[in-house]
Ligand binder design. Structure first.
Ligand SMILES: Cc1cc2nc3c(=O)[nH]c(=O)nc-3n(C[C@H](O)[C@H](O)[C@H](O)COP(=O)(O)OP(=O)(O)OC[C@H]3O[C@@H](n4cnc5c(N)ncnc54)[C@H](O)[C@@H]3O)c2cc1C
Length: 382
């Protein structure tokens, strides 16, 4: 630690910033986190809470595997809900099953299951089979990151809310309040990387991706979801399944049969929260800015496909919201514009799955073997 400040300053209290703060605190380092908001309100509370380990590949898979361990560790210490739920992927057509078959041959974590097993895990209609991904986890997105932030605060991480970063110069993080002196600074502001470091964001091709989401009342489905539910649309999205040879024919069929849904870049998926409400999503619009107004047709489309999948006549909606995340050709942006400074963003919709593992890797890169050797204080309930 410098005489005047911190070992690490983190800008952004979303799951990616928290992943860095947690990893540094584990080493006994002195950490401050600033966020311009009053509480966590970004993508890290607007998502599905799906820790989708098995569908990742390459670098994302490595971060996801580590994040899986860290989610379980911090849920135990901080006392938030985590479920070793697995994931069920519903196939309702032969070409969806073909993608799953090829994927399961390449990935040992993917088990091919029959229609009966699918409907035992989620009350869908029309399943012809599916995939079972037993290693995936689920958290409640509205609870997990805030609970982790509270836990980190209890262990000595300092949080400064309603404090915006203005930039970093000469090892000093300038903010809308006092300047912060730190040996290292991590800027983890999600899609807002285009505001603080526009040249870094533009070089990486970062856009903003806006998503439409619904929350459905607990009694809406005929039976509980025993696991997060993915569909044929999801098979085209994640790096583990989208590149198998059979995916091309599935993409072609969905684009031809459902041009409206294809234009929305639908990823039809569902998670059920502990209170029984069901998160329904999602659509994707990418641009340099997100339109301020959400079209009702997107929500209608989400409701239509949901009624069809679960055989419902009505869908009682409790809430609608928009999520935004960073989107770029590569899945991760990790830039070092200056010594001791890292600009980090998960540039596709997998930050809950990977953010904790990514944070640990970046902290290891910044601090090497450095650790104070002092134990992190344990807190009641840990
Ligand atoms: C609808 C939706 C569904 C998703 N579903 C999943 C899912 O199921 N599984 C999964 O793995 N991922 C999912 N994702 C992606 C995941 O939520 C994101 O990748 C992740 O939350 C990004 O975390 P973050 O910390 O980078 O960003 P954020 O959570 O957006 O946090 C960034 C923080 O930076 C702060 N900030 C910005 N600028 C400044 C500044 N100048 N000074 C100070 N603070 C600043 C903001 O206030 C904000 O709190 C989903 C995303 C969305 C939107």
């Amino acid at each position: 630690m410098t005489a005047t400040g911190y070992d690490l300053a983190v800008v952004g209290a979303g799951i990616v910033g928290l992943g860095h703060a947690a990893a540094a605190r584990e080493r006994g380092l002195r950490v401050v986190v600033i966020d311009r908001a009053t509480q966590i309100t970004g993508a890290s509370v607007r998502n599905f809470g799906h820790i989708c380990v098995t569908a990742q590949s390459g670098e994302a898979r490595q971060y996801a595997e580590r994040a899986r361990e860290l989610w379980l560790r911090y849920a135990g210490r901080a006392g938030f809900w985590v479920r070793e739920s697995g994931t069920v992927v519903v196939a309702r057509a032969a070409d969806e099953l073909a993608v799953i078959q090829e994927w399961s041959r390449a990935e040992s974590g993917v088990a091919l299951i029959g229609a009966g097993d699918v409907t035992g895990k989620a009350p869908v209609v029309g399943a012809v089979g599916g995939a079972w991904l037993p290693r995936d986890l689920q958290v409640d997105p509205r609870q997990a990151a805030p609970a982790l932030a509270r836990h980190l605060a209890d262990t000595g991480v300092e949080f400064r809310w309603r404090t915006s970063a203005l930039g970093v110069a000469g090892g000093v993080l300038h903010t809308t309040r006092d300047p912060i002196h730190a040996d290292a600074v991590v800027v983890a502001v999600g899609h807002d990387v285009d505001q603080l470091y526009p040249h870094v964001a533009e070089a990486a091709g970062v856009l903003r991706c806006g998503l439409d989401m619904l929350l459905v009342e607990p009694a809406a489905l005929p039976a509980p979801l025993r696991a997060p539910v993915l569909t044929g649309w999801s098979l085209l999205r994640y790096s583990g399944s989208r590149d198998v040879p059979a995916a091309a024919a599935l993409r072609e069929r969905l684009a031809t049969e459902h041009p409206d849904l294809y234009a929305l870049d639908l990823n039809q998926m569902y998670t059920q929260r502990p209170d029984g409400t069901v998160i329904v999503g999602d659509t994707h619009y990418r641009s340099t800015s997100v339109a301020p107004f959400q079209a009702e047709s997107s929500f209608d489309a989400l409701a239509d496909v949901t009624r069809e999948l679960f055989g419902l006549t009505r869908l009682p909606v409790r809430e609608r919201w928009q999520g935004v995340y960073a989107s770029a050709p590569e899945e991760f942006l990790i830039a070092a514009p200056a010594d001791g400074l890292r600009v980090v963003s998960v540039t596709t919709g997998i930050g809950m799955t990977t953010g904790l593992g990514l944070g640990e890797a970046v902290v290891a890169d910044l601090f090497g073997a450095r650790s104070t050797g002092r134990a992190v204080p344990t807190v009641p309930g840990a």
